[in-house]
Design a protein around this ligand. Structure first.
Ligand code: 8YV
Length: 332
C-alpha cells in the first residue's frame, strides 16, 4: 500500500486543522508548542515530506540538506521572508503562503494602531491608571487629526489597498502610496489612492503606514534619513515586518520628537524589542497580533492545510510563492 506522506506541524494550531491533516497524512504536530531550536526543528523535519510552519521557521539550504524527503513547506502567514527561495528552488521544495484570508483583519489592526498612535490612546490609559487624571485641560493628551488627513501607504498589495479604502471611504483621508510598481489605474481609482515617490510620500503624509514585504531590498526602508524627511507632527505605523524599520533610529527620532509618534506591531529581532522603544512614551507597542482573530487565524491554518492536501493530491499548490524544479527522489 502507498505510504501516506509525513507532515510536520511546527507549532500548536487549531486541533480541527490537525485532525483534517491526519485524514490525509501521517502527522507529527508540536501540540504542546515546545520551543525548538533550528537544530531541533531540523531533527523533527528530517523524515518528513511536508511541513506547516508559521513564519518564524527558517527554511534554507542547510535545512533542506538535512531533510532529503521534504517537498513542500506551507507557511501559515502571508509573509514568507523565512523562506530562502533560491535554496528552495534549487532544492526542489515548494513554498506556499496564506494570502487573502487575513487582508481585512490585518487592515483593521492597521487602523487600530493608527488611531491609538495618533490619538494617544495607550498614553491616556497609562496616565489614568497611574492616578494622574485630576481635571480636564484644553491640551491634555492632544493628538493628531486622523479624518481628513493625508495617509501615506508604503507597500500597496492586498493589505495596503484595504487600508487605502478604509482611509479614503471611512475617514475621508487623502491617500498617497508608494510601491515597487504602480497599480493599474482602475485599482488606484477604486482605492482613491495616488502614486508618489517615496520621498514625496514621507514629506507629505501625516500618517505613514508600512505594509510591504520584507526582503534584503526593503531592509531599513525607514531609517534616520527617511525619518528626517517626515513631518515633526507625523505618525509612523509598522504592521509589515521587523527590519523594514531601523528600530534604533526610530527610538531616537521618537525621543527627540523628530516625529510625533509611532505604532509598531513588528520589531527587529522580535520578541526582543529595542530598549529605546520601551523608554519613550510616544509609541504604541503590540506583540505581532495584526492578524490575530480566531476566524482569521483558522482561515490561515486551513489555507496552509489546503495547500498541503492539494499538493500531495497532485493538484498543485493553491498559493505558491516559488516554482521549484522537481526534487529528485531520494527516498530510496
Ligand atoms: C502571522 C504575519 O501571524 O501573515 C503574516 O505574514 O506576520 C502574521 O499574520 C505570523 O507570521 C505567524 O504566522
Amino acid at each position: 500500500a502507498m505510504q501516506k506522506p509525513r507532515i510536520l506541524v511546527a507549532r500548536a494550531i487549531f486541533p480541527e486543522v490537525i485532525e483534517r491533516l491526519a485524514q490525509h497524512f501521517e502527522v507529527e504536530a508540536n501540540v504542546h508548542d515546545d520551543i525548538w531550536s533550528p537544530a531541533e526543528f531540523a531533527a523533527h523535519l528530517r523524515d518528513k515530506d511536508g511541513a506547516l510552519t508559521t513564519g518564524s521557521e527558517r527554511i534554507d539550504a542547510a535545512l533542506l540538506a538535512a531533510c532529503p524527503r521534504l517537498r513542500i513547506v506551507a507557511n501559515m502567514a502571508v509573509g514568507y521572508n523565512n523562506f530562502d527561495l533560491a535554496a528552495m528552488d534549487a532544492g526542489g521544495v515548494q513554498g506556499t503562503n496564506a494570502p487573502g484570508v487575513l487582508t481585512e483583519t490585518t487592515a483593521d489592526f492597521g487602523f487600530a494602531l493608527l488611531l491609538a498612535t495618533a490619538r494617544r490612546v495607550t498614553e491616556g490609559e497609562r496616565y489614568l491608571r497611574a492616578g494622574q487624571w485630576r481635571r480636564w485641560s484644553y491640551d491634555l493628551l492632544a493628538g493628531a487629526e486622523v479624518h481628513g488627513s493625508t495617509l501615506g501607504i508604503i507597500g500597496m498589495g492586498r493589505i495596503g489597498q484595504a487600508i487605502a479604502r478604509g482611509g479614503a471611504y471611512g475617514f475621508g483621508m487623502r491617500v498617497i502610496y508608494h510601491n515597487r510598481s504602480r497599480l493599474a489605474p482602475e485599482v488606484e481609482a477604486e482605492c482613491k489612492a495616488n502614486y508618489v515617490g517615496k520621498e514625496e510620500l514621507l514629506r507629505t503624509a501625516d500618517h505613514v503606514v508600512l505594509v510591504l514585504p520584507y526582503s534584503p531590498e526593503s531592509h531599513h526602508t525607514i531609517g534616520a534619513p527617511e525619518l528626517a524627511l517626515m513631518k515633526p507632527t507625523a505618525t509612523l505605523v509598522n504592521i509589515a515586518r521587523g527590519g523594514i524599520v531601523d528600530d534604533a533610529a526610530l527610538a531616537e527620532a521618537l525621543r527627540t520628537r523628530r516625529i510625533a509618534a509611532a505604532g509598531l506591531d513588528v520589531f527587529e529581532g522580535e520578541p526582543q524589542v529595542h530598549p529605546g522603544l520601551l523608554e519613550v512614551p510616544n509609541v504604541v507597542l503590540t506583540p505581532h497580533i495584526a492578524s490575530a482573530t480566531l476566524p482569521t487565524r483558522l482561515a490561515m491554518a486551513q489555507l496552509a492545510a489546503d495547500n498541503l492536501i492539494a499538493f500531495f493530491a497532485g493538484r498543485g499548490p493553491l498559493t505558491p510563492v516559488n516554482q521549484p524544479r522537481p526534487r529528485s527522489d531520494t527516498n530510496g
